[in-house]
Design a binder for this molecule. Structure first.
Ligand SMILES: Nc1ncnc2c1ncn2[C@@H]1O[C@H](COP(=O)(O)OP(=O)(O)OP(=O)(O)O)[C@@H](O)[C@H]1O
Length: 255
């Protein structure tokens, strides 16, 4: 069964059609990239798939059940969203922040238990922040803060991971290792990932499928090796893109 499916999906925002009549099928084990220029509507689409905003038309189903029929708490046990920016309205430690990821798994008045703390600590190890548990998040660097947010998502233990620019603020090493870790988390849950990415070469490395958001709601989706090439990328970014290949991998660069 698909983890996520869309039928006839129409998403619009601010007079822009993000997608028109989109039929997607996201199955366990797959890793999707959403690609498009600035303002194409990648975040808007991701938020629509997460149930944070409503589509103009069409159906979204999660594990065979309409998205709108999922109670919020149960949905948060299956679908996790890594938003582009996080805010810290009050003083909070790293461990407390990661434990927020456990809330969908707790009853309304239940405190986090030993197992939740172990899960949170494991997530901090996965983002290479062990030892940071009692640090206040407002003292962290941008990259460290972002890794805490990723750890909270990992601790949420969902099958479907929706990632909005997961490599923001991360250096080259952490881009690669954290995408590896996120893939491993999804794989261990027999799940899938959908990532908004601006780096085509990271998308080729970590994703097996791609959804391209072209102008006027036109979309192109399928196996990444079939839909990503210099012609489609040149159209997507309205900028000439060239391909360079070796025996193992294709790379794309702006001309
Ligand atoms: N709350 C809002 N009110 C009005 N317009 C909005 C709002 N949110 C987004 N938009 C507009 O909708 C369009 C799509 O925004 P979105 O953030 O989904 O694009 P994106 O593809 O993720 O962009 P980027 O690559 O720059 O992050 C943009 O033109 C944006 O200005």
């Amino acid at each position: 069964m698909s983890l996520l499916q869309t039928e006839g999906l129409v998403v619009e925002i601010a007079g822009i059609t993000v997608c028109h009549d989109l039929a997607l099928q996201i199955v366990p084990g797959s890793s999707w990239a959403i690609l498009g220029g600035n303002g194409a509507g990648k975040t808007t689409l991701l938020h629509t798939l997460a149930g944070v905003r409503l589509a103009q038309q069409g159906e979204i189903t999660i594990k065979g059940q309409p998205l709108s029929a999922w109670p919020r708490r149960q949905l948060a046990q299956v679908v996790g969203l890594l938003a582009q920016e996080s805010s810290d309205p009050f003083p909070i430690t790293v461990l407390e922040t990661v434990l927020i990821g456990r809330h969908p798994h707790l009853d309304r008045w239940q405190w986090e238990g030993e197992e939740d703390i172990e899960i949170a600590q494991r997530a901090l190890q996965q983002v290479a922040l062990e030892g940071f548990e009692s640090r206040m998040v407002d003292t962290l660097s941008g990259g460290e803060r972002h890794r805490v947010t990723i750890a909270a998502l990992m601790a949420q233990s969902t099958q479907l991971l929706l990632l909005d620019e997961p490599t923001n603020h991360l250096d080259l090493h952490h881009q690669v290792t954290l995408l590896d870790e996120l893939k491993a988390v999804a794989s261990a849950a027999d799940g899938a990932l959908i990532s908004v990415l601006h780096d085509i070469n990271l998308a080729l490395r970590f994703c097996d499928h791609a959804l391209l958001l072209l102008p006027n709601g036109v979309t192109l989706h399928g196996p990444i090796d079939e839909v990503v090439n210099s012609e489609t990328l040149t159209e997507l970014y309205a900028h000439p893109v060239i391909e360079i290949a070796n025996d193992e991998q294709r790379y794309f660069m702006p001309r």
